[in-house]
Design a protein around this ligand. Structure first.
Ligand code: B12
Ligand code: SF4
Length: 545
């Protein structure tokens, strides 16, 4: 008998689901309700299972105390803990609290990190069972077994540890289109506390301090956003990313099929979201990629949105944000999206060097970058670019090219999120490449309130030691500048952070013979975007002098 079976008592269990816990809520932020556990809660509730979501990022008191209170308030049979790589040490802290308070509960881990690292979860956490991939089916099966008084071992989509310590993983297939649609439709948007998040964001961004009504309106549209996912996974297989491998991993290695909502189903969800949150100004389609090259959904969806706005089914002012493949953009698609209200289009550009893009398995986007960014800007859409400044095999010239191009596009009107190096996320190809192990840096992580500690991979640095030195110096300089700003209590959006990255790079790149931009001009750009924080200019100047 597996260890998991000892805990179980039969009956209809109440389930508590805990979202990923990010106490910093800074850039690496979950400043939105955790979609994964909310979707699970909706599916479980639809099946008649009493389920509650505990969101550690949205508590009035310290989340540890709030969790203890929640645990005492109900006879929870199953407690589920969501995990991501970035939040793991905090997720584990909460899991250990659950175990201390409820020795008999069945504690289940799920989410990205649990799927890719079940053995690590058993090593570091007090878990009875790990769910691999999408949690809907395994949780429903777990409940069905408990209700029927049957043993809970051997459920498809779980990993369990036998008494001899061996881990047994049982694959499950990904949700098909109908199952995915039902799961998305079950998401209880009316219960998700978006307003509480908006209020926190409004004060973090200090909306009242913005100088013009237009600026306040723009920020409100950005903040009063609700997230919707219409896709099950991304097939693109970029080497730094784990998204493509997530469902493959849960299937035991086989390729999952892409499933997503049709255009009319997207509209149904938009209507439901607006009904649940009438103050929402923007819907963020959080799909990894929203438009594919062979996309047949985007044009009918845009037409549907325009018609729904005209006949009053959805508000005329509703805006949209989505993340797209830049090589899937065409002039007619851009025009249609703009007319429908897409205000910001995210593009995973990652790097402006073709060589680095090749290393990231996305060289094919290179030739589309310049024309599509220009076309998007000309059509009145703001492109949001995600960039990774370095790659394992990059040269200093590649870093310089990406910095200068980033600065150029920022000034043209693009928004940019910038990261200095590849983060070795579990499940990403680069994180599994043994030749990169010598260039991988680890952080010593501790789980608060326990003796649990481990070395977590946090950076894959360039193989060229000169480039690594530059990147690490830039990182130190960036952090020195960011500190004073954050101490003033304001949340710094990506556009400001990317300007800080550029500013921090200037003297370091200049020492190596690379001119990126004029320093006083970059400072002027930065201060122009910091109206509410002018007093922070002095500390920045001091930190970068
Ligand atoms: C939306 C999103 C965000 C939003 C989060 C909003 C929110 N609160 O929901 C924002 C923009 C804030 C965000 C921020 C970041 N994100 Co993000 N994000 C995503 C994205 C695109 C979708 C997540 C999502 O909602 N999926 C849909 C839901 C339904 O799926 P799900 O959460 O995986 O949940 C399902 C299963 O995992 C499982 N499950 C989940 N939890 C549990 C718990 C239990 C008990 C069980 C049984 C099952 C289970 O069941 C769920 C339903 O099927 C994913 C990519 C992706 N494809 O998932 C990246 C992703 C999660 N993000 C990632 C990263 C790197 C980040 C950032 C670090 C980016 C950055 N540099 O700032 C930050 C980090 C935040 C943090 N503190 O950790 C990585 C994580 C990699 C990793 N292995 O940890 C991902 C996977 C993208 C990638 N591959 O690079 N992100
Ligand atoms: S980076 Fe984006 S496009 Fe590439 S695999 Fe990940 S989710 Fe897909």
């Amino acid at each position: 008998m597996g260890a998991v079976q000892k805990k179980v008592t039969s009956g209809s269990p109440k389930i508590l689901l805990i979202g990923p816990y990010d106490p910093h809520c800074g850039e690496y932020t979950f400043l939105a309700p955790p979609l994964g556990v909310w979707r699970l809660a909706g599916v479980l509730e639809s099946a008649g299972v009493e389920t509650k979501v505990f969101d550690p990022n949205c508590c009035r008191e310290p989340p540890q105390r709030a969790l203890e209170r929640e645990l005492l308030s109900g006879a929870w049979g199953i407690v589920g803990v969501s995990t991501t790589g970035m939040t793991l040490r905090f997720d584990l802290e909460l899991a250990h609290i659950v175990r201390r308070m409820m020795p008999q509960a069945l504690i289940v881990a799920g989410g990205m990190e649990a799927t890719f690292r079940p053995e690590l979860m058993f090593e570091l956490g007090p878990f009875d069972l790990i769910v691999l991939g999408e949690g809907e089916r395994p949780l429903l099966e777990l409940v069905a077994r408990l209700r029927a008084g049957q043993p809970v071992g051997g459920i498809a989509g779980t990993a369990e540890r036998n008494q001899d310590g061996k881990i047994l993983s049982i694959p499950q297939r990904a949700l098909n289109r109908d199952e995915l649609r039902e799961a998305i439709y079950s998401t209880p948007y009316h219960k998700m506390p978006y307003s509480a998040y908006w209020e926190r964001l409004e004060s973090a961004y200090r909306i009242g301090a913005l100088p013009s009504k237009a600026a306040r309106e723009a920020h409100l549209a950005e903040i009063r956003a609700v997230r919707l996912i219409t896709l099950n996974y991304c097939p693109m297989g970029c080497t730094f990313c784990s998204a493509t491998n997530f469902l493959h991993e849960a299937q035991g290695g086989s390729v999952a099929s892409v499933a997503r909502l049709e255009s009319d189903e997207c509209l149904t969800m938009i209507e439901r979201i607006v009904a649940a949150h009438p103050r929402a100004r923007t819907i963020i389609f959080q799909d990894d990629i929203f438009t594919f090259t062979q996309d047949r959904r985007i044009l009918p969806l845009c037409e549907g949105i325009i018609a729904a706005k005209q006949n009053g089914r959805i508000p005329a002012h509703l805006q949209f944000i989505s993340t797209n493949r830049i090589d899937a953009m065409t002039a007619p698609r851009l025009t249609a999206m703009r007319r429908a209200g897409f205000r910001v289009l995210g593009f995973g550009i990652e790097n402006f060097s073709k060589k680095v893009l090749g290393e990231f398995n996305k060289a094919h986007i290179h030739r589309h970058i310049e024309p599509m960014l220009s076309a998007a800007l000309a059509s009145g859409v703001t492109p949001f670019l995600d960039l990774i400044l370095s790659s394992p095999h990059c040269a200093l010239e590649d870093v310089a090219q990406t910095l200068s191009e980033a600065y150029r596009w920022l000034r043209e009107g693009c928004e940019i999120g910038m990261y200095p190096y590849v983060i070795p996320f579990s499940g990403a190809a680069l994180a599994q490449d043994p030749s990169l192990l010598p260039h991988t840096h680890y952080a010593h992580q501790r789980v608060a309130g326990t003796e649990v500690a481990w070395q977590q991979p946090v950076k894959i640095l360039p193989i060229d030691p000169g480039v690594t030195e530059v990147i690490l110096r830039m990182e130190r300089s960036f952090e020195a500048m960011l500190g004073p700003l954050e101490q003033q209590g304001a949340h710094l959006p990506s556009r400001l952070r990317s300007l800080l990255w550029i500013l921090s790079s200037l003297p370091i790149m200049a020492e190596r013979g690379h001119y990126i931009a004029d320093e006083s001009e970059v400072r002027a750009e930065l201060y122009a975007r910091l109206p509410a924080l002018r007093s922070a200019a002095a500390p920045i100047a001091a930190a970068t002098a």
